[in-house]
Design a protein. Structure first.
Length: 311
């Protein structure tokens, strides 16, 4: 019988709704796994019980440490239960920094544990089954939700569920920058752009000590003149600026004048990777001391992103 460690961190999969109508994490790992029908031997580690909006990079390190302990103790696989709001960020950080063969499967839920149509139990069942399957060895870090197995790179939560790259039908391409500490990684901020925006946010991030900025640019990689000036100042000060876009699913091509000026200022193009994951990739690239342009040329373009297909 294979042995899987379920590490809980909170999220909707563990929430019930209070008398005030607010959903809060209340379910322990034992509660979540009590009804599991599987021939896998399950062990629980209750690591955290928070809404995933509260997680910080240091918490990613706590998860990495729990994964490492499970591997050292000889587990065949690990499942991490997690809120969906920031799952794409945690999953990508773990993917970038975990090189082991033991499968690490993140899962969560879109509906509370006390909902009549709760999706958590089915998602957890899928995750435990996958993590305990001998054929999953070497798969690295994946996310399973709603019957789909996603690679972390390119995963995005949308109003209608997740979009990303379903790895089940294809060879898994792992993305790695080596063992790194998220808590000690340089500060990287995401800056929004909009009609009439100025450089206050860019300048403030630099003043706050950011070593990287992800510009959530307009369209295919544009920004107003004042923002471009701010990017020029940031790049001249040695801050790595990456151009992403605020348009879901769009590609940054910098084919217009303002985009060209951003590149001339020293900014790097992220192609299709959404801003929250650009931030994680930039943090890891800076922490690893890798050239930012090379890292984004390699992984900033994610082909085959699709909505979930329920099998
Ligand atoms: N707010 C929740 C969280 O991210 C949402 C969810 O889990 O679906 O923790």
């Amino acid at each position: 019988m294979s042995r899987v460690v379920v590490i809980t961190t909170g999220g909707t999969i563990a929430t019930s709704t209070g008398a005030d109508g607010v959903a809060r994490p209340t379910q322990t790992g034992d509660d979540l796994t009590a009804g599991l029908r599987t021939d896998v031997d399950v062990e629980v580690v209750d690591l955290m019980a928070v809404d995933s909006s509260q997680l910080t990079p240091s918490d990613w390190d706590r998860m990495s440490a729990a994964v490492a302990s499970a591997a050292q103790a000889g587990a065949d696989g690990v499942v991490i239960t997690h809120g969906t709001d920031t799952m794409e960020e945690t999953a990508l950080w773990l993917e970038l920094t975990y090189g082991g063969d033991m499968p690490v499967v993140l899962t969560g839920a879109m509906r509370s544990a006390d909902a009549e149509d709760a999706d958590g139990p089915a998602n957890l069942h899928d995750a435990v089954t996958l993590a305990g399957n001998a054929h999953a060895r070497g798969i690295g870090v994946v996310v399973t939700l709603a019957g789909t197995i996603w690679q972390p790179l390119g995963l995005t939560k949308t109003g209608a569920g997740f979009v990303g790259v379903d790895v089940a039908p294809r060879e898994r391409r792992r993305v790695s920058l080596g063992e790194l500490s998220a808590g000690r990684a340089p500060r990287v901020d995401v800056v929004a752009t909009y009609a009439g925006g100025d450089a206050v946010a860019v300048d403030a991030c630099v003043a706050a000590g950011a070593e990287g900025i992800v510009l959530e640019s307009l369209g295919s990689g544009n920004a107003g003149a004042a923002v471009i000036d701010g990017v020029r100042r940031a790049c001249a000060a040695g801050v790595a600026v990456v151009i992403s876009t605020r348009v879901p699913g769009a590609r940054v091509t910098v084919g217009y004048g303002p985009g060209r000026l951003l590149v001339e200022a020293g900014a790097v193009v992220a192609s299709t990777l959404p801003p929250p994951q650009c931030r994680v990739l930039l943090m890891a690239a800076l922490a690893a001391g890798e050239p930012v342009g090379d890292v984004f040329a390699k992984w900033g373009d994610v082909p085959d992103v699709r909505p979930a297909t329920v099998r």
